[in-house]
Ligand binder design. Sequence first.
Ligand code: SF4
Length: 396
Amino acid sequence: MSPINDSQNAMQAQAANFPLGLYIHVPFCAHRCGYCAFYQEVPKRQDIELYLQGIAYSLKSLELTRPIDTIYWGGGTPGILTTRNIYSTGKWIQDLPLYISPSEWTVELSPITVKDERLNALRDIGVNRISMGVQSFSEKTLQRLGRRQNPKCALFAYDTIRQHDFQNVGLDLIFAVPDQTLEEWEEDIQKAIQLQPEHISTYNLTMEGDSKMNLSGKFDPTPCSLERERAFYISTVKILESSGYGQYEISNFCLPGHESRHNLHTWQMAEWVGIGPSASSQYDRRRYTQFPSLGQWAQALKDGKPSFILEQTLNDHILFEDSCLFGLRMREGIDLRVLHGHYPFVQEDYIALLENFFKRLVDAGYMEPRAPHRYHLTLEGMLHCDAIGADILALT
Ligand code: SF4
């Protein structure tokens, strides 16, 4: 047997042991946030029907060889779906041939879409985790971000979610918004902590692509100097960790045992299948993205043609390298020997090169060794994570 076949067989056997995720993308938003550069559409008449037909067809066509372990329903705004839409989608998922209740089923909701009947429907179909995009509790910051909700709306939505007995709730916050002071940001974190969600994600605002804020030309596209970013970031880690929220990834913190399983699997290079316009997948040794256009995606499905763009065919080297890039974003870091066990066709020379580079990062204070061949980034290293990732990619 050729080395290529050996590698493919080993990867197939390996993949079969990985948890499998399902990602469903809802590409609709009733309003475009100022900082948004994602593909999304304001739904017109018939759009949601067209979308749901595509989702039903995509789910029916899935040929999975093992059960789904986690589901993530993101957007866009999944909360734009009616209860009828939710029940239909839930039924299509439950009808998958190998369906068993997933260990984690998350839905992203924006505060203004949190309604009793929607939460009831989500509970009924098996959703057990809500991730709410609060972004800020400050009126000024919400306006700057072009968000539609007011601070009271997020608090009310959070209470409503809890009343419906969801015991795993995550809140997303954004920092380094133009004109936001460090004190205002710290207040946002404190308000989130007071609510005691199980999970808090904190994202640094980036102004890129065709977001309204970027196109307006009114804001500095790099609003965050490294010094300002450092101050926001260090303060975030300090406040959250001293309040019981352990950092397990650069932007993610949680109470013990409440890491996002779906996201963890993604960062650990497991497999997931994404459906819906612009959803990406990593499955069966390929990375591919569904067409980022509702019309094009739905037409391709209707014509029985591929509805996705193939991005990359994967091999051991790519997966090993990406495991390092994403693994270093996690507090736990990576163990080069364990990764080599997962991807045995990676050249020893490359691993030696990487380890030498890591030793230089240790000398520079960006990394700490935990055990032989095991490394994780220091706080300073996390601040330079993107540059470190670029250097890793440049090694080959
Ligand atoms: S940031 Fe999210 S909620 Fe806002 S417009 Fe973009 S996709 Fe929709």
